[in-house]
Design a protein around this ligand. Structure first.
Ligand code: C2O
Ligand code: CU
Length: 618
């Protein structure tokens, strides 16, 4: 039997379209590759041209040899890609280091893989069938729809790469005269408190964690108001890190934001932070490099600034930091799921609660509840409230980063408990909720936590004059509408979280001059998410919720929790020159775009964020 030779005169429009789609993505990715690593740029342009030629050949000269060459060539490209994503390549900016997968390379590879299937089908068919125009057109429809769609996603992602060096406030001759690195604490003779925090990798409960001085959380730092605090960070981690003093208005050079106020401290490096602790209160410290990963991994700790007027001498003082248990869905308090704190009947206790835990799947704030004794909310975010009234058990909403100080007197008999530290996770993996017990004896009668009222600070405490709230007029105003959606960003098609439709680093900074009063209106139109919006280097005076001014004590916070369908007006005095972050403290949201800066006129930074410096503050 005579086999008819494959004449190869039937073009494959589908394979050509798929190959063209891949070529488009390679061309789009080339500029970013050129700036990252020249050989990659050359490779991508070369590959793009070869694929265009191939697509033309598949239509004009569809011979068997062409299909065979296309198959071998395309499979080779796929193999190179697979290697680069698994073992890494020998010729690369960092040889033998696997690269991350982003949508563009996924899309190009998928197009190529489908093209390979078509090549194989053609090669197996010994007798090419001629078909009419209609049938050829119909058979090309799937590829004609699919290839442009994938190419669109791939090209869009590739054309919006992560900036390799983004400067939030570049030096401009004649316009900026001060660099953030010069914004340090003034000399003085304040009592010096020195600490050393060594960041290293440890194992807790079988999970890899990162720790300060070997514990999660790191040690509580306690200083007195007015002290000069000097903390040396020693980095024994395999990657770069930094420390941010959340809520403390440090000089800008000490703010610890990688890529804005310093370069992330490399492995083996050190950095000394120094500031004067003027503000009494409950604060916390955490990494501000790759914070999205380093904070849940354990790089957190409490810092308490005790007030100068020591009328609090007979108060039992505890800082309780709620944080993620590294490598798990559980949350803990001070490193344990059942914390016991000593207190005797009649003692006055000040419980300084910090929420340092990433929220659960509902993105809701934590709502701790104190049972067993009436209490007052003495402070929020470290700032005392005026004339706080005694409360029965209420749920106290704390978004990530926020603090509340509860003060109470121990009952004559029995213990007091902090409950309700529940984080919603997948039901099949629901982790236990930690409990804090204060004092000894029988536990307080159990309560149905979910049925308790929510504490509302907008009508709590006693009014008092407040220079920022009473000003009524503001020099700078900005409305920030919280939102999100799918967009091209950082070389990918991704979910983004947005401030007024924009993502970092493309959100225009809030420009201020020293001495100005600044008002922000933060609007959350969403049905579900709560966003704790955090300011660096300044303290908000909360003006109004949903347009209603506060009726109780003035409230000063560094983080304002903006719940679903809420609008908050906050204001601050620009009294700390620098370049300061303003971001959602749900770190995934910050990393997905909810991050911007407040830039003082005349201040510049020499530091950049992005792939070149490796500084990624979120
Ligand atoms: Cu708790 Cu930008 O930080
Ligand atoms: Cu958020």
């Amino acid at each position: 039997m005579v086999q008819r030779k494959f004449k190869g005169t039937v073009p494959s429009y589908s394979a050509a379209l798929l190959t063209l789609g891949a070529a488009a993505i390679h061309f789009a990715a080339a500029p970013a590759h050129f700036s990252e690593y020249l050989p990659y740029g050359v490779f991508f342009v070369g590959l793009g041209f070869i694929q265009v030629d191939l697509a033309v050949a598949l239509v004009l000269a569809p011979r068997r040899r062409i299909y065979a060459a296309a198959l071998i060539g395309t499979l080779t490209v796929i193999c190179i890609w697979l290697l680069s994503r698994t073992t890494g390549l020998p010729i690369a900016p960092q040889p033998w280091r696997p690269e991350a997968i982003a949508f563009p390379d996924f899309a190009a590879t998928l197009l190529e893989a489908i093209a390979c299937v078509l090549f194989i089908l053609r090669l197996r068919r010994r007798t090419p069938k001629r078909r009419g125009v209609v049938r050829v057109t119909l058979r090309t429809v799937p590829a004609a729809l699919f290839a442009p769609l994938l190419a669109f996603g791939g090209v869009g992602g590739a054309l919006s790469p992560m900036p390799d060096a983004y400067n939030t406030a570049p030096y401009v001759a004649g316009q900026t005269s001060r660099s953030v690195v010069d914004l340090v604490a003034h000399d003085g003779s304040q009592p010096l408190k020195e600490f050393r925090l060594t960041a290293s990798q440890i194992t807790v409960g079988g999970h890899k964690a990162r720790a300060y001085n070997g514990t999660v959380p790191g040690p509580e730092l306690r200083v007195a108001q007015g002290d000069r605090v000097r903390v040396t960070l020693v980095n024994h981690l395999p990657d770069a890190t930094s420390i941010h003093w959340h809520g403390i208005n440090v000089p800008d050079a000490m703010d610890g934001v990688a890529g804005i106020t310093q370069n992330a401290v490399p492995p083996g490096g050190t950095f000394t932070y120094e500031f004067i602790a003027d503000q009494a209160g409950t604060y916390w410290y955490h990494s501000h490099q790759d914070a999205m990963n380093q904070i849940p991994d354990g790089l957190v700790g409490s810092i308490v600034v005790e007030p100068k007027d020591a009328t609090t001498a007979h108060v039992r003082e505890y800082s309780v930091l709620v944080h993620a248990q590294p490598g798990s869905d559980a949350i803990e308090v001070n490193g344990t799921s059942s914390l016991h704190l000593d207190a005797a009947p009649g003692d006055t206790v000040r419980l300084r609660i910090t929420n340092g835990a990433v929220p659960g799947l509902d993105l809701a704030p934590l709502t701790p509840v104190l049972v067993g004794a009436p209490y007052v909310v003495a402070a929020l975010d470290g700032h005392d409230l005026n004339g706080p009234q005694e409360l029965g058990p209420e749920r106290i909403p704390l978004g990530m980063g926020q603090r509340a100080d509860l003060m109470f007197t121990m009952p004559e008999t029995g213990a007091v408990r902090l409950l309700g530290l529940k984080r919603v996770m997948f039901p099949w993996n629901s982790p236990s909720t930690p409990v804090v017990t204060i004092g000894d004896g029988p536990a307080p009668a159990s309560v149905n936590v979910a049925s308790l009222p929510r504490f509302d600070f907008t009508q709590y405490g006693t009014p008092a004059p407040d220079p920022v709230a009473d000003a009524g007029q503001y020099d700078v105003t900005r409305e920030i509408i919280l939102g999100g959606g799918i967009a091209f960003r950082n070389g990918n098609v991704d979910f983004t979280d947005t401030f007024s439709g924009m993502t970092s680093p493309n959100i225009p900074p809030i420009r201020v001059r020293e001495g100005q009063l600044v008002r922000l209106r933060v609007v959350n139109p969403s049905d579900h998410s709560s966003h704790p919006i955090h300011i660096h280097g300044h303290v908000f005076t909360v003006l109004a919720k949903n347009g209603h001014p506060l009726t109780g004590s003035p409230v000063h916070t560094d983080t304002v929790l903006v719940g679903p369908h809420e609008t908050w007006d906050v204001a601050f005095k620009a009294d700390n020159p620098g370049i300061w972050m303003l971001h959602c403290h749900i770190l995934e949201h910050a990393a997905a775009g909810m991050s911007m800066t407040i830039n003082y006129d005349g201040v510049s930074t020499p530091f950049t964020m992005g792939s070149r410096s490796g500084n990624v503050p979120e």
